[in-house]
Design a protein around this ligand. Structure first.
Ligand code: SF4
Length: 319
């Protein structure tokens, strides 16, 4: 079980990180992938149209990365009221202090200057738990920064099972360490920095973005020696042009290779590497996406209803 918020197009950092891990997961597990639109409302509640528009784009990027809807379940969070109901029920037994001490909550509140002090934002990790618990998710692929969320969720499950009897499954983390992918400005690749190379970009856009990338600032003229270790162009060469990395390293350091030529090579290899991904993306349209999500959501609903029936029974919420 995993998911993403529909907040914009995905980039090549997602492609070599989470999405590759997801595709692998579908070969060995009954995998569920959630379009976490309710989660998007915790921070972007004032822009519902953007969330709505981003939903299809998100699924197109997943399909482009190789998720096969015949081998996994892709579903829409808000179309399953069972998740929202479980959230209400679990909120009855969740101490507020447990939520307040989740490190990402404290970090975000500080980073955003207290702008998002809503009840829903505080409850973000509980809603995440409900996404997992409603499918009795046993394994959750997470990055190290999400471990505290999962540990919080495990505590809530233990508390529920202690109070009402063994009903919910304690999720286990499958730690996924993804390679760090720098953006065009050498900060972490992130939509919020505007430094991404997107899966859905066309070749010309990718080339333009690569041309604008910063390089070693001390390599001013073509034949100045450079330091690839601090250059994001060099870092991206590892993704799509691995065989040429030793040659680029040597010739950058000696001054034989200029940045313009280096970037031209990167743009060409990135576009060749992304060509099958982009072709897959183009082979789906919004009608197909809607059908995939509708079928996945109906499949997910069967499991979610069974879990909710057990939860309601355990809590004596029966007529
Ligand atoms: S030659 Fe390539 S690796 Fe070296 S600084 Fe320029 S862009 Fe970076």
């Amino acid at each position: 079980m995993s998911g993403m918020r529909p907040t914009g197009r995905l980039h090549i950092g997602h492609l070599v990180g989470a999405l590759t891990a997801w595709v692998e997961l579908t070969t060995s597990a009954d995998a569920y992938f959630e379009i976490a639109d309710l989660h998007a409302y915790t921070t972007s509640y004032d822009d519902p149209q953007a969330i709505r528009d981003a939903r299809d784009e998100l699924v197109l990027d997943w399909l482009a990365a190789g998720l096969d809807p015949d081998r996994c379940t892709i579903f829409l969070q808000s179309a399953l009221p069972e998740i929202a109901e479980l959230h209400v029920l679990l909120s009855m037994i969740t101490p507020v202090a447990w939520l307040q001490r989740v490190p990402t909550y404290k970090d975000q509140i500080e980073a955003l200057g207290g702008e998002i002090a809503t009840y829903g934002f505080l409850g973000y990790p509980l809603l995440q738990l409900c996404d997992i618990a409603v499918f009795r998710g046993g394994r959750v692929p997470v990055g190290r920064d999400q471990l505290s969320h999962l540990e919080f969720g495990r505590e809530v499950v233990r508390r529920f099972n202690f109070l009402y009897g063994p009903t919910l499954v304690e999720p286990e983390a499958t730690l996924s360490e993804f390679p760090a992918v720098p953006g065009t400005d050498n900060r972490k690749m992130s939509k919020s920095y505007g430094n991404t190379i997107d899966i859905a970009d066309d070749d010309a856009t990718t080339t333009k973005k690569v041309r604008s990338m910063i390089t070693d600032p001390n390599k001013v003229r073509k034949h100045d020696p450079g330091n690839p270790a601090i250059c994001p162009v060099f870092a991206l060469q590892h993704l799509a042009n691995r065989a040429r990395v030793p040659w680029i390293d040597e010739n950058c350091r000696s001054g034989a290779l200029g940045c313009v030529d280096c970037k031209t090579e990167l743009a060409e290899t990135l576009n060749a590497w992304l060509a099958p991904v982009r072709a897959r993306r183009a082979s789906f349209d919004r009608t197909k996406v809607a059908a995939i999500v509708a079928a996945g959501t109906e499949k997910a609903r069967i499991v979610a209803r069974e879990t909710l029936a057990d939860v309601r029974r355990a809590m004596k919420l029966v007529p």
